[in-house]
Design a protein around this ligand. Structure first.
Ligand code: PLP
Length: 396
């Protein structure tokens, strides 16, 4: 009998992509669905970056690329890290991948052995837990809630560490909560890690530019941790380049070498055209990114204003990224019409089937009290979506 591998059952399909698929099929059935489930800017890639991609095609950059990425791109990443973040890396400490998702996969497969514990504060990006499962590691969640602004502190971190802890993995700005760690908060976490020299730290900074509170801080600023901090970043969010698939890490050479080995077997070097376009993005003006962030901030404020009019949404003011992550547990056990909402999955499906607005249940991010709504959508759609949600919930 034909059989797929048992391995396939050890991890889940991303809930974000599943919801987007459901939204598409409702749309195909003729419904006017507003998609607040997906995590991508609704802007086009800036012109100067597109031009660099077109030029790369005309210049015949059509061959296989070095596994770690073109040297001039890795140099551009180093310039970016120096200019934006005051972090000094050499091109040998950079490897470019097909999206930050692949960067994360490379690192996790390079570091995690069967049975290793990987500490992840909740809520976290859906893919983190599944990549750890693929590497046969064990996810150990450090819970946070809306009341702690979805951030952990040093005491919580230290209490979660055991001799099995191999890796700590987090994003700031955070997808899905929008929480942003300050330099001081990161320094306090770094002080804990200094006591535990065998733990690696992945700092996912892909939402770096979408920050409404000021200068981005990185845990890599702690010089004494630099050999075991892996900075993950990419061009998807800050430059509206999700489809180009370009991510990278900055890390100690031994980690970069390991990732090069993994990537060398899975995909080799990433797309030559995307790499050339990425150089133009990283070395070019940042105005395009800041303009997008300003627009996201307006949409965040509008979303919070509209959400406040609906009972039972307990939400922090997100400091970064482009999501709100309200605690909606007020609705658990409540019946609306013929439907009873038991959990965040039911809530999300209720909104989709009755308001035709897609969202993602919090359980997928390790927090079953909440639901994630993106505001990477037009002002018009945001208004329409939240009016519809208000209308179906007003009598709950
Ligand atoms: C926190 C976080 N990290 C990494 C990624 C991966 O980004 P990409 O693979 O598009 O570079 C995403 C995408 O949604 C994300 O939200």
């Amino acid at each position: 009998m034909l059989k797929l591998s048992k391995f396939l059952n050890t991890f889940n399909e991303p809930e974000t992509l599943k919801m987007a698929k459901l939204a598409r099929s409702l749309r195909a059935a003729g419904h006017d669905v507003i998609d607040l489930s997906l995590g991508e800017p609704d802007f086009n890639t800036p012109e100067h970056i597109k031009e660099a991609g077109i030029k790369a095609i005309h210049d015949n950059w059509s061959h296989y690329t070095p596994v770690a990425g073109f040297l001039d791109l890795r140099e551009a990443v180093c310039s970016k890290l120096k200019n934006d973040n005051n972090l000094i890396y050499t091109p040998e400490e950079i490897i470019v991948s097909t999206g930050a998702k692949q960067s994360l996969a490379n690192v996790i497969l390079s570091l995690v052995d069967e049975g290793d514990d990987v500490l992840i504060p909740t809520p976290y990006w859906v893919t983190y837990s599944e990549l750890v499962k693929i590497a046969r590691g064990k996810v150990v969640e450090i819970p946070t809630t809306v009341n702690s602004n979805f951030k952990i502190n040093a005491a919580q971190l230290e209490a979660a560490i055991t001799d099995k802890t191999k890796l700590f993995l987090f994003s700031s700005p955070c997808n899905p909560s929008g929480a942003v760690y300050s330099a001081q908060e990161l320094a306090e976490l770094a002080n804990v890690f200094l006591k535990y020299p065998d733990i690696y730290i992945i700092s996912d900074e892909i939402y770096e530019y979408i920050n409404y509170v000021g200068k981005h801080a990185s845990i890599a600023h702690c010089e004494a941790l630099k050999d075991r901090v892996i900075v993950v970043n990419g061009l998807s969010k800050g430059y509206a380049m999700t489809g180009w698939r370009l991510g990278y890490i900055a890390a100690d050479k031994h980690i970069v070498k390991a990732c090069d080995k993994v990537q060398g077997q899975f995909t080799s070097g990433t797309c030559s055209i995307a790499q050339k376009a990425a150089i133009a993005a990283l070395l070019g003006s940042k105005t395009c990114s800041f303009d997008m962030t300003q627009e996201f901030e307006k949409r965040r404020n509008l979303t919070l204003e509209l959400m406040q009019k609906i009972p039972g949404f307990n939400c922090t003011k997100p400091d970064g990224a482009f999501y709100v992550f309200p605690d909606i547990s007020y609705y658990f056990g409540k019946s609306i019409g013929n439907e009873t909402i038991k959990d965040s999955a039911d809530f999300s499906m209720f909104i989709l089937n009755n308001a035709y607005v897609s969202s993602v249940m919090g359980a997928a991010f390790g927090d079953a009290q909440c639901v994630r709504f993106s505001y990477a959508n037009s002002i018009e759609n945001i208004k329409k979506a939240w009016t519809r949600i208000h209308d179906i919930l007003k009598n709950a």
